[in-house]
Design a binder for this molecule. Structure first.
Ligand code: ADP
Length: 173
């Protein structure tokens, strides 16, 4: 049985991530999307919120599960019996970063095989941080996020008083 792990921050999950999940789900028997809890970046959504958001977005994919993890990805892989680590490549910057992580994971566990998916052209420019920035500045990026996550993003930015609304822009012009 081919089991893969797709670890990431997913703060929040974009359609670029979701496209990879769908492609991984078709390639592997089981795919675990692992929300990393030990990242230094200050997240906009809690790990539990991200897990719920991703579960809703992947609800049609029967062989995909959503879990959380801290610590080494290779330890998680050994715990759940995964042989493959899935990651995405958007550009050469991703390539250099991902190549080093893959080499380190391979050093930590020589059974760990990283499989890279090239981002589809329509999603190559997408990052969670860019979508947060554009939404915060009043841009509509609903075409790039699952519906539930687009709503949650606007709501969270509003709560944090980080959402610029058009009305406000117009009044202050
Ligand atoms: P991390 O903090 O681990 O980089 P991210 O959530 O930013 O977490 O990304 C997780 C993985 O998804 C990474 O391999 C990243 O290169 C990939 N990825 C991010 N955005 C996209 C996208 N738009 N298309 C394809 N892959 C992507």
């Amino acid at each position: 049985m081919k089991i893969a792990v797709f670890p990431g921050s997913f703060d929040p999950l974009t359609l670029g991530h979701l496209d990879l999940i769908k492609r991984g789900s078709a390639l592997f028997d089981q795919l675990a999307v692992a929300v990393m809890t030990n990242r230094s970046k200050e997240p906009l959504f809690t790990v539990d919120e991200r897990v719920e958001q991703i579960k809703e977005a992947v609800s049609g994919l029967d062989n995909v599960s959503v879990i959380t993890t801290s610590g080494l990805t290779v330890d998680l892989m050994n715990r759940i019996g995964a042989d493959y680590l899935m990651r995405g490549l958007r550009n050469t910057t991703d390539f250099q970063y991902e190549r080093d992580i893959a080499a380190m994971n391979n050093f930590l566990d020589d059974q760990c095989e990283t499989i890279f998916f090239l981002a589809r052209p329509e999603y190559q420019h997408l990052s969670s941080s860019m979508l947060k920035e554009v939404t915060s500045a009043g841009g509509d990026i609903s075409a790039y996020l699952p519906k539930n996550i687009n709503e949650a993003l606007k709501q969270r930015l509003k709560e944090k008083k980080l959402l610029k609304v058009k009305e406000h822009n117009e009044k202050t012009r």
